[in-house]
Write a protein that binds this ligand. Structure first.
Ligand SMILES: NCc1[nH]cc(CCC(=O)O)c1CC(=O)O
Length: 311
């Protein structure tokens, strides 16, 4: 019996829930597991938009250092926070079954986006959510909203916003489902790449650990999210790119939808692509995602993306 597996985790309630969830799954397979909680730069910086301070990688870097140093063996991430290309020497050893991928409308006074009064204030710092909210309701005032889930809910309750938008999966994991007033259908608010799924990161040279962990992979989620991640990778997306991509199984075919907004001219019409094909392997999924990215390029994605570079 090998020694216990150490999971490096952020200390937010959501990160701890996710790490505990994976601990439970591994223990059910007979593994011994310990958690190593740590604070990351991304958790410390709450006053600036993530896009400006270095992106989502900020939440991941310290965890990777702990794995590199041998203080921990793996990290559990919300897949949507994992950069499209991992640093050399790391890989995703498992992708767990996706939970609710949708975005949630959260408000104390209002039942849904459609019922918000003209000019209402909606909180989100996600450019993906901003451009899709404005496409649905050009009258809205969007205000930045950062912090972990509890912080964002407190800022709503303090009266700074009429409504906020959060991932349903995060709220559900923390037992905060009752805060959800409405769920957006993917057709109106397309989820982020990987939203609702968990990924397990290990060192690429940890072959025996990979063998022990990869049994947690849910193959349909893995293929769907590989396709989504390929869209973002081919477009060269970062978190300053208002990109959404969501893949859904229809029998043995994968249906992949993607939407791209302009990060600067946020009212510009979104570019949208939806396509469906048979997917049987990781290579199929990545090719499919790349073809959807190419379709966005054919619609003029470059002019949307160069807006980000100029900003
Ligand atoms: N960006 C932060 C983040 N990363 C993962 C989730 C939710 C859980 C998930 O999507 O798996 C959230 C909160 C949110 O976007 O509202």
């Amino acid at each position: 019996m090998p020694a216990s597996i150490v999971i490096a985790t952020r200390e937010s309630r959501l990160a701890l829930w996710q790490a505990e969830h994976v601990r439970g799954r591994l223990e059910a397979m007979g593994e011994q597991v310990e958690l190593l909680p740590m604070t990351t730069r991304g958790d410390q910086i709450l006053d600036r938009s993530l896009a400006k301070v270095g992106g989502k990688g900020l939440f991941v870097k310290e965890l990777e250092t702990a794995i590199e140093d041998g203080r921990a063996h793996l990290a559990v991430h919300s897949l949507k926070d994992v950069p499209m290309t991992l640093p050399a020497g790391f890989e995703l050893a498992a992708i767990l079954e996706r939970e609710d991928p949708r975005d949630a409308f959260v408000s104390n006074e209002h039942a849904s986006l459609n019922r918000l009064p003209d000019g209402a204030v909606v909180g989100t710092s996600s450019l993906r959510r901003v451009v899709q909210l404005l496409a649905l309701r050009p009258d809205l005032h969007i205000e930045p909203l950062r912090g972990n889930l509890d912080t964002r809910l407190r800022k709503l309750d303090d009266g700074g916003y009429d409504a906020i938008v959060l991932a349903a999966a995060g709220l559900q994991r923390l037992g905060l489902e009752s805060r959800i007033r409405a769920r957006f259908e993917p057709a109106e608010m397309l989820p982020a790449v990987g939203q609702g799924a968990l990924g397990i990161e290990i060192r690429r040279d940890a072959a025996s650990l990979r063998d022990r962990v990869e049994a947690l992979t849910h193959r349909p989620t893995q293929l769907a999210t590989l396709a989504e991640r390929a869209v973002a990778r081919v477009l060269g997306g970062s978190c300053s790119t208002p990109l959404a991509a969501y893949a859904l199984w229809r029998g043995d075919e994968l249906e992949l939808a993607a939407a791209l907004g302009d990060p600067v001219r946020q009212q510009r019409p979104l570019l949208r692509v939806a396509s469906r094909t048979r997917v049987e392997s990781a290579a199929d999924a990545e090719r499919f995602g790349a073809s959807v990215a190419e379709a966005l390029v054919a619609q003029g994605a470059a002019s949307y993306l160069s807006s980000a570079a100029a900003a």
